[in-house]
Each structure stands twice: as structure tokens, then as C-alpha cells.
Design a binder for this molecule. Structure first.
Ligand code: FES
Ligand code: FE2
Length: 377
């Protein structure tokens, strides 16, 4: 068959599945932050020799766990002819492609067998690799380090994020929801202080009429910013309850850290609550919030927290589904001071990080020191 007679589709297939993603323009255009850890699936989803699929930053992945219990992540595409490896067979050590039976070591993605080769063939099987990504399990998630397509892994990959906990015994729970929007919209939605009274009206939390002026101190931290430790808002019932039980003050600290993470810690005496929300880009038009919370508050059973948490997430999700209708038409948007200042910092942090990666210079922080923001919510 002549190349010039091939259909566009066939030509694309023969160019190899990574070809499109390797064009630098295409990656930049998607607005993803590469070379960071992202949660791919919940640990509990991988049982026995099951292969599961996920997508991160528009990269299709196949994940599993070896007989020794080590989680692994490979690009869900056979380097031979692009068959998704997830259709193949996993024996606890190697993944066998369903098309021509090439086998790959699950942890290194190195090819260990090409069944069609004869003793005459010169092809070095161990020089063939499927795509693979570093993988770690923490807090009930399988994390995958998404290094930029087509680049070598750095010699040392930083450790995957772990949720801070403050006692030996604690309760922990996970929630997730999909948002039909770009990760940037998901993230600025997560850190937006002004939507609370309109989106999160609930009898157990607050009403629209409790809106009042607030002022919060923020400070720069590496790759992000912190809402400095403070006593949480007086119009929220759960904080009032906590204060009454411990008889001590309540302090909250909230951090945002690139690429996508909001961490919150609440302390009152020996009692604590710690949570993390990450917004992970699946595709450029789809992201997912993964929320994990841990606490040692005896009066807060998991089922009750989940009930409140799900309500909150559903409120955010419904709002963003509706917002996505509007964003489809590419409207002109505004970010206002001070309520949208965290969103501005997020965009500046992201731009400065990309700039520092491009030039090799130190990353500039958009905040030169502590700042007080004022808004009504
Ligand atoms: S496509 Fe996987 S072995 Fe041929
Ligand atoms: Fe919200």
C-alpha cells in the first residue's frame, strides 16, 4: 500500500499514538501542568489482576497492581500497533497485548516477549518499551506522575502528596465528582469565596442572609498561597459546635498549591480535621474533584460527614454544569478584586511556573508578601 493512498485515519495510526500529543503547541494549548502527581483512580478499584483504565491530561492509562502489591501505570496503548493494553491479559507481573501477544513487564513497561519472532530475527525485544509513568499509592488513591510526553523522567521524582494527619487513630472518607469544564474553571471554582451564600445555602450550613463582610490574611508559600491561620467564620454552625465541645479556640488554615490542590486544616485543642481537594484534568473539557477528609472528632460519624460533603459537592457540580453551558460560547470573563484575587494568583502562579520552566530561571512568586483581602460572603 502506498502512503499517499492511505486515508488520513490510517496515516495517523501509523504515525504512532503519541504523535499528536508531542507537538508542543498542542500541549500548551490544552493548559495542563505536566511534571506533577495526579490521582488517577481510587486504590480500592484495583483488585487482583484486574486492569483498570483512567485518563489524565488526555493521556489514556491502564493501571493495575502486581502480585507483590505494587501499583503501576502504563500508557493504554501497545507500542506495536496501538491496541489498548487494557484489553489484554495481566498475570500479576506482565501485561500481554490482546492483538499479537507482545508482553510487557508491568513495572518497567519493558517488552519481554514478541511471540512472532523467529531465531532469525534481529529485533532486540528488551529495547522495546510501552509508555509508563511513576505510580504511588497514598490516602486511598493511585497517584501517577505525569511527565511531559516525549521527555525523559527526571532522575529523582518528588514523593506523591500525602494528606496531613495529626493522631494515630482517625476516620477517613473520600468523595469525587466530575465537572464538565477545563481544570482552570474547576480550580478557581474551588477557591472562590463569593459563591458560598448563593450556591451553598443549606439549613445546616448557612443562609443567604448571613452574608457579611470578611477580611482574611493571605501569605505566599512555595507554588501557592495560604489563608493564614484564623478563627473560622462565625456564621457556620459546625464551627460553633466544635468550639463548644472542646472549650478552646478553633483555627483554620487553607493552602492552595500548584498544580491543583486545596488543603484545609482545622484544629481545636486535640481535635483536628484535615481535608484535601484536588482538581484533576481528564480532558480539556472535563475535570474531576477528588476530595479526601480525615478527622478525630468523636461526634462526627463518617455517614453524616458524607451526607454534608455530597450535598456541597453536588451544589458545586450543578453550578459548574450550568456555567459550562455559558462557557461554550466563549464569553468575555472578568476577575474582580478582592473576591477573585485568589483566582488571579492561581493564573499568575501557573504562568510564572511555565515561564520559569521555559527559561530555567527561578520561579517568580506573584505575591511579594502578606496581603489582606476583603469581601462579603
Ligand atoms: S498491537 Fe499489541 S502486540 Fe500488536
Ligand atoms: Fe463551592
Amino acid at each position: 500500500m502506498q502512503l499517499n493512498l492511505m486515508s488520513e485515519a490510517v496515516r495517523t495510526i501509523l504515525q504512532g499514538d503519541g504523535a499528536a500529543a508531542k507537538e508542543p503547541g498542542r500541549e500548551a494549548e490544552a493548559g495542563f501542568l505536566w511534571d506533577f502527581w495526579y490521582p488517577a483512580v481510587r486504590s480500592a478499584e484495583i483488585r487482583g489482576n484486574r486492569l483498570v483504565t483512567a485518563m489524565l491530561l488526555e493521556v489514556p492509562l491502564v493501571l493495575g497492581r502486581t502480585a507483590e502489591g505494587k501499583a503501576f501505570a502504563m500508557r493504554d496503548s501497545c507500542p506495536h500497533r496501538g491496541m489498548p493494553l487494557s484489553y489484554g491479559h495481566f498475570d500479576g507481573q506482565t501485561v500481554e497485548c490482546s492483538y499479537h501477544g507482545w508482553r510487557f513487564d508491568a513495572c518497567t513497561a519493558r517488552c519481554v516477549e514478541i511471540p512472532s519472532l523467529t531465531s532469525q530475527d534481529k529485533l532486540k525485544v528488551d529495547r522495546v518499551f510501552a509508555g509508563h509513568y511513576p505510580c504511588e499509592e497514598h490516602d486511598g488513591y493511585v497517584w501517577v506522575y505525569m511527565n511531559t510526553t516525549g521527555t525523559r523522567l527526571p532522575d529523582t521524582v518528588p514523593a506523591a502528596p500525602a494528606l496531613p494527619v495529626f493522631s494515630k487513630k482517625y476516620k477517613i472518607t473520600h468523595l469525587a465528582c466530575d465537572l464538565p469544564s477545563h481544570v482552570d474553571q474547576g480550580i478557581i471554582g474551588l477557591m472562590d469565596p463569593a459563591h458560598g451564600p448563593f450556591v451553598h445555602q443549606s439549613w445546616f450550613w448557612r443562609s443567604k442572609h448571613s452574608i457579611h463582610e470578611k477580611q482574611k490574611q493571605f501569605e505566599p508559600i512555595p507554588y501557592g498561597f495560604r489563608m493564614s491561620p484564623h478563627s473560622p467564620s462565625s456564621n457556620s454552625a459546625p464551627y460553633q459546635l466544635l468550639k463548644r465541645i472542646t472549650g478552646e479556640g478553633v483555627t483554620t488554615t487553607i493552602d492552595f498549591v500548584l498544580p491543583n490542590m486545596r488543603l484545609e486544616e482545622i484544629h481545636s485543642g486535640k481535635m483536628w480535621f484535615s481535608s484535601r481537594a484536588t482538581v484533576t484534568p481528564v480532558r480539556r473539557d472535563l475535570c474531576r474533584i477528588d476530595f479526601v477528609a480525615a478527622w478525630n472528632l468523636p461526634f462526627l460519624p463518617v455517614f453524616l460527614f458524607r451526607m454534608f460533603g455530597k450535598t456541597f459537592l453536588r451544589q458545586d457540580q450543578e453550578t459548574m454544569i450550568r456555567q459550562a453551558e455559558g462557557l461554550k460560547h466563549d464569553p468575555h470573563l472578568m476577575l474582580i478584586d478582592d473576591a477573585d484575587r485568589p483566582a488571579k494568583w492561581y493564573f499568575a502562579l501557573k504562568a510564572n511556573l511555565l515561564e520559569s520552566r521555559r527559561t530555567g530561571a527561578k520561579m517568580e512568586h506573584p505575591m511579594s508578601g502578606p496581603v489582606t483581602l476583603r469581601w462579603r460572603s
